[in-house]
Design a protein around this ligand. Structure first.
Ligand SMILES: Nc1nc2c(ncn2[C@@H]2O[C@H](COP(=O)(O)OP(=O)(O)O)[C@@H](O)[C@H]2O)c(=O)[nH]1
Ligand SMILES: [Mg+2]
Length: 305
């Protein structure tokens, strides 16, 4: 038996060190990564995406959800995608501290990822990483990501249930975001509802989702849940809504688009694998020095390689 099948076997039995090694393998495209991904048994594990502006308490909510789920003896995988550069360890450290209570728990696996290399804001490898985790016997996966631009759509394609988090008094922010975050939420959360104006923000969000709920075709009614992550207020209701959504038969319309985009990128990567960009540039330089240079003709020399 070779190294990769041994690794698959270990992570499939729920071994965390093996899981960590497998994630590092796929994140860095090390030898064996493709073989590993192609031979994994990827189970159906509810993937909960948690998104929203920085500082609204996403990590704190993950922590509160973890505490509750662990009491119910669930095995949880957490991925925190940090939007800042991989060199900014500050916020990664912050997330770790907020989740540190659970860091050594035998039923929790926590991984931070930088969002480097992705057009969208989510990490390029988020699908690979969560798929590897889905092979490792978790009951739930929680993925925290800052909602910025394209990543909203990506998280909605990736997650079975998308939680969008706000805090009180962000009326302007909520009005401004309109389409993006508004469209992807399966559940809205007003966190820090210990602060003033929580009810006003809840009312505003409820008014905004009302038309969508009235037109709902699959019967899912987007709830607005008020939470205080520090004292776990509202967490029970939030968890009940998450579970209800997971079992509601609601189908994620964005999943096919998300997977299709992923496959498109894999095809491009495969097509590019034999192309030496340095050589291309030097050949291009020579070609551009000639009189009859035509870029479209030049490009065809690299087709079907
Ligand atoms: N007052 C209050 N503060 C909170 C609550 N939840 C989180 N915070 C604080 O808000 C800050 C940002 O929290 P964090 O979880 O890192 O937010 P994230 O950037 O969305 O992940 C931290 O200082 C938390 O202690 C809450 O329910 N009420
Ligand atoms: Mg965070």
């Amino acid at each position: 038996m070779n190294e990769i099948s041994r690794l698959i076997q270990s992570l499939s039995s729920g071994d965390f060190p093996a899981l960590a090694r497998a994630i590092t393998l796929v994140e860095n495209e090390l030898p064996g990564a493709d073989t590993l991904l192609q031979n994994l048994t990827i189970h159906e594990v509810p993937l909960i995406g948690i998104t929203g502006p920085p500082g609204v308490g996403k990590s704190s909510l993950v922590n509160a959800l973890l505490r509750r789920l662990l009491e119910q003896n669930s095995r949880i995988g957490v991925v925190s995608v940090d939007p800042t550069s991989p060199f900014n360890f500050g916020s990664l450290l912050g997330d770790r501290i907020r989740m540190s209570e659970h860091f050594l728990h035998p039923n929790v696996f926590i991984r931070s990822m930088a969002s480097r290399g992705s057009l969208g804001g989510l990490s390029d490898k988020i699908l690979e990483v969560t798929d590897v985790m889905k092979a490792a016997r978790f009951d739930y996966l929680l993925v925290e990501t800052v909602g910025v631009g394209q990543s909203e759509v990506e998280i909605a394609g990736l997650a079975d249930t998308t939680l969008v988090v706000f805090v009180p008094d962000t009326g302007d922010e909520i009005q401004a975001m309109k389409a993006g975050l508004m469209e992807i939420a399966d559940i809205f959360i007003v966190n820090k509802s210990d602060l003033e104006n929580a009810d006003r923000t809840v009312a505003l969000l409820k008014a905004m989702v009302a038309p969508k709920n009235a037109a709902s075709r699959d019967g899912w009614q987007i709830p607005v849940v008020k939470t205080v992550s520090a004292n776990a207020s509202g967490i029970e209701e939030l968890l009940a809504q998450i579970k209800q959504h997971a079992t509601s038969g609601h189908r994620n319309q964005r999943r096919v688009l998300f997977i299709a985009e992923k496959i498109r990128r894999l095809i491009i990567k495969d097509k590019m694998k034999n192309i030496d960009l340095r050589r291309l540039r030097s050949e291009l330089e020579a070609a551009m020095a000639t009189d009859d240079f035509n870029l479209y003709r030049f490009a065809t020399h690299y087709f079907h390689q």
